[in-house]
Design a binder for this molecule. Sequence first.
Ligand code: NAD
Length: 513
Amino acid sequence: MTAATPLSLAAEASSLLSSLGVAPERLSGGTLAARSPITGETLALLPEHTAEQATSLIADAHTAFRAWRSVPAPQRGELIRLFGEDLRAAKADLGRLVSIEAGKILSEGLGEVQEMIDICDFAVGLSRQLYGLTIATERGEHRMMETWHPLGVTGIISAFNFPVAVWAWNAALALVCGNSIVWKPSEKTPLTALATEALFQRSLDRFIAAGGKAPANLSAVLIGGRALGEALVDNPLVPLVSATGSTVMGRAVGPRVAQRFGRSILELGGNNAAIICPTADLDLTLRGVAFAAMGTAGQRCTTLRRLFVHDSVYDTLVPRLIKAYGSVSIGSPLQPSTLIGPLIDQAAFDAMQSSLAAAKAAGGVIHGGDRTEVAEAPNGYYVRPALVEMPAQTGPVEHETFAPILYVMKYSDFEQVLELHNAVPQGLSSSIFTNDLREAELFLSARGSDCGIANVNIGPSGAEIGGAFGGEKETGGGRESGSDSWKAYMRRATNTINYGRSLPLAQGVKFDI
Ligand code: NAD
């Protein structure tokens, strides 16, 4: 590791936070250690919210919702338009802070902020839509329609690996839909959350200065651990909890929210696969697989984890992949030449090593996977991504290990590989690489991939905001971001209006008094 690290990351983070508008008192004197996985160093000790403070912030957000719901939606969109402008201006600083705190390479840190900008643009357009239907009615001189209304406080719980984009997917839609928001970011990435909060406050100030009507406490951030997430989960003033993280977290959150008849959007773990068919363009496949499996050091929910390669191309493709795994550049994510940054922490490294040991015990042949020493970062957990040739889909292949491990398996029969593809508990993202139309269409059909995302000749990782994002089975079933995902942030009312002078009853029922 060279140039970028000698300057203390703590000093650099502090200067970025200051330019992004975070008040110094939010960054010191507390108990929550914000770390950088680049060196393992502590960047700041943040004050944490108590459960009582969380309850009070949720109550304040509920009061804000009662005012915000009456602000016309296109005016709500104007606030998001301003936020998009502020994000554009701050993209370089916030993107770099994402890299420092989450460890992703700079181009991905910037890409994450671009994703926030993209969803703001989408939400601004949406603020002039939020359409309901007019529905044919069986009764004369009647009209039936549906209207969409704001829901209330939207609780957002997010994971460390997309520390700000996931909040933006939820926040931009929730706000134009007329909701207030309370965010519990990952305790591993509190600094980027504080920076985002400060930027949003900047946009709110500009909105109000220009005559916009935004109530106080429209948005809040809860700094701390799981207990603060639980404060959102259990509070009846939060009708919708959008929770992104592990399946273990979703298994705890989903039933608790349902217990009080709240709604949840669950965006949980994936175990994403790609099928490489005999007619695949192998150059394109190599690039698609390399980014999807190794990018972000395997720490994306959509990371490619299982690769099924047809036996006619196995011996051509897999040695090339093993070579790419052996030569990919590993180091500080702030260096432009780096493609693989660090794992988030030691626990992630330990989980990776234990999955590799289990894969070996199940007959796997491991290439890579060892810890890589990076100069000046003895406490950073850098690894060479692992490619594991597996005899079958068993043991650790069936689980998500949040690290760069790609399990490679040979197949010969397309129908059988489709069954294997779907034979895991998770259902987030999937891909097929083929130039055979029949295979491609079958993969996308009702008999094909059972995932929320299914791609052809593109890896499973790296979604655009225009489509609905989410997955099936243990991935939780939620949808966020584009398409009609906004409907989850609103409540639907069906309205029937009688503009006649008689009162015909539905289904011809008679009730004459
Ligand atoms: P995590 O489950 O450890 O934590 C996620 C968030 O949930 C954190 O803010 C945490 O404090 C909170 N939390 C944990 N338990 C809770 C509980 N019982 N009640 C309320 N809140 C609770 O996840 P992580 O390690 O930060 O992130 C990695 C995981 O997230 C992976 O499994 C990855 O696949 C998944 N992920 C999924 C998506 C998606 O869209 N499907 C996106 C990003 C990450």
